[in-house]
Ligand binder design. Structure first.
Ligand SMILES: [Zn+2]
Length: 326
């Protein structure tokens, strides 16, 4: 785990907490909320690092060189605990929360703060949430618990009401475009941001993983199926290799763009800006009703992916549906 800094669009949230710190009323429990990919986890870690760093006063950024920062970098600081889901689709159990409670009741090793970050906090099951509530009601001195979630409404109201809520909305595009350019991201930054609905870290991920090119590949596959240049089975196999979750997400954006072109020749918003002409051309040959039906099937399939389905069969059925629509 490296020593982390808050991101440029998080200055306001950081200042708010620095003020609390300066006034000697730093909250025991925080709830960081907002859409995925805006950097809430990074903010939580930057905050934890700053509280634990020897050189940081009044919530300055962690220095990166003191003994505390070196322990953090090595991933072995005894006063920092990060609770993350081991796998997608799993829940945070009461055992993990008991471990977290045990962590707080061990004496602090260094400056006094003990900080825990709970990622995907909305994934706590009922027993875990009840156990957590006890520590939120009577937190030990200098204990800080940072809950991070993309879905704050999924958390029990009793937990939400015990935390200071810090919102992380989609940041202004200007700040983000500059930041992505500084990260040396090559490619169409604005297109990646449009697909990520403005979430900077998600856009960065898309650019790093060549997602923009893959998405164009999907459109070519769909055209090849229609033109009988390839088989549904071959395409389903290659889509499986790319990763079904990602592929279905792109498939959904392509279909929603196609429906947008059915409604208007100049739709106000298109997800795949860089493929306008080809999408317009495909859309003209298909009916709105058929596109909407397929879009619904893809949306359902995305929800069902977490259950142990045969993914190849699922992709094949969605591609057969594509092949048949007129
Ligand atoms: Zn330090």
């Amino acid at each position: 785990m490296s020593v982390t800094e808050a991101l440029p669009w998080q200055a306001e949230q950081w200042c708010r907490l620095a003020e609390s710190q300066e006034a000697g009323r730093f909250p025991h429990s925080l709830l960081l909320t907002g859409p995925g990919g805006v950097g809430k986890r990074q903010f939580a870690l930057a905050l934890a690092h700053s509280l634990l760093c020897d050189a940081s006063r009044e919530l300055e950024e962690a220095c990166g060189t003191c003994p505390q920062c070196r322990l953090i970098k090595a991933g072995s600081h005894p006063d920092l605990m990060v609770l993350a889901l081991e796998e997608k689709g799993t829940t945070i159990t009461v055992d993990s929360i008991r471990e977290l409670i045990g962590f707080y009741f061990l004496a602090s090793h260094y400056r006094g703060w003990k900080v825990a970050v709970v990622e995907n906090a909305d994934r706590m099951n009922v027993n875990a949430a009840n156990a957590l509530l006890k520590i939120l009601e009577e937190p030990p001195a200098k204990a800080v618990i940072v809950l991070v979630t993309d879905h704050s409404s999924a958390l029990p109201a009793t937990i939400r009401s015990r935390c200071m809520r810090v919102d992380f909305p989609i940041p202004q595009e200007g700040l983000v475009v500059d930041w992505l350019a500084e990260q040396n991201e090559k490619g169409d930054i604005k297109q990646a941001l449009a697909l990520a609905m403005g979430a900077p870290l998600l856009a960065q991920e898309y650019m790093e993983d060549s997602c923009l090119e893959e998405r164009m590949g999907l459109v070519n596959d769909l055209r090849a199926i229609k033109n009988k240049k390839t088989s549904v089975c071959n395409v389903a196999k290659s889509w499986m290799d790319l990763g079904s979750a990602k592929v279905l997400k792109w498939y959904a954006t392509i279909l929603s763009d196609l429906t947008r072109y059915k409604v208007s020749s100049t739709p106000p918003h298109i997800d795949n800006q860089d493929m306008k002409p080809v999408l317009q051309e495909i859309s003209a040959k298909l009916s709105l009703a058929a596109l909407l039906e397929l879009y619904r099937s893809v949306t359902t399939a995305r929800r069902e992916l977490n259950r142990n389905l045969n993914e190849q069969l699922l992709l094949e059925s969605l591609l057969v549906q594509w092949k048949r629509i007129r």
